[in-house]
Design a protein around this ligand. Structure first.
Ligand SMILES: Nc1ncnc2c1ncn2[C@@H]1O[C@H](COP(=O)(O)OP(=O)(O)OP(=O)(O)O)[C@@H](O)[C@H]1O
Ligand SMILES: [Mg+2]
Length: 216
């Protein structure tokens, strides 16, 4: 078992309102982790703290044994990728451009265009769809592009917040399969907030949040 991210005694508050209380979680390379729980229980907040978007003040989060708050933040950004329910692509850019832009931001070297095409192939986007504006792709295709973008900087952790929430059942199933495959075949650590029962069944590890605490 190879732990990549470990959170201990994480507390987090918005202004004075406590949202996360004494959270203990650990995430492994090559595994799919589901974070489930009722609306308002703190799932998105936990994901934003783990991904470095929100800063925790109490407790610790260690990425590969190093305290997150002491790490070079742009390095952590590069080694992690985030996907959202509403895809969050730049809609007027093509699939290829969305990925190349992410590599530009991450200062990735090498042939970015070729790498973008390889990633799009990996997530199942056909060549005929590579150059159309993202707005003209289906929801499932947009989510695939978002996953390719999350991988574009050689991310080792993929965070996802309800990635199947805006997709029909069949397309959602395909996205679940794709994310599970990234863990089992490509040794990525997948951390996914979800309401989707199918995702929960496929996950190797499930954390249930209620009222900002994890049931153990
Ligand atoms: N930016 C913010 N400022 C203040 N309070 C917030 C903020 N974001 C979320 N909250 C509050 O924090 C609590 C947890 O919200 P969070 O979005 O993490 O829940 P969630 O489990 O992701 O819910 P959902 O399933 O509906 O997405 C809620 O009470 C919410 O109102
Ligand atoms: Mg949420």
């Amino acid at each position: 078992m190879e732990l990549i991210l470990v959170g201990k005694h994480i507390n987090f508050a918005y202004n004075q309102t406590p949202i996360l209380n004494d959270i203990n979680v650990q995430f492994e390379q090559g595994k799919v982790h589901a974070i489930i729980g009722p609306s308002g229980s703190g799932k998105t907040t936990l994901l934003s703290v783990l991904s470095g978007i929100s800063k925790y003040k109490e407790g610790s989060i260690e990425y590969k044994g190093e305290e997150l708050s002491k790490l070079n933040q742009s390095k952590y950004r590069k080694e992690t990728g985030i996907i959202f329910q509403n895809f969050n692509l730049i809609t007027y850019l093509s699939a290829v451009q969305n990925i190349v832009v992410a590599m530009d931001i991450g200062s990735i070297k090498g042939n970015k265009l070729e790498k973008a095409k390889a990633l799009l192939t990996q997530v199942g986007i056909k060549e005929e769809d590579w150059y159309r504006p993202a707005a003209k792709l289906s929801g499932g295709q947009q989510q695939r592009v978002a996953i390719a973008r999350a991988l574009a900087t050689d991310s080792e952790i993929i965070f996802a917040d309800e990635p199947t929430g805006n997709l029909d059942s069949k397309t959602g199933q395909e996205i679940i399969r794709l994310l599970c495959n990234l863990a089992s075949e490509h040794n990525k650590c997948v951390i996914c907030v979800t309401h989707d029962m199918r995702f929960r069944k496929k996950a190797d590890i499930v954390y249930t949040l209620s009222d900002g605490t994890i049931d153990t």
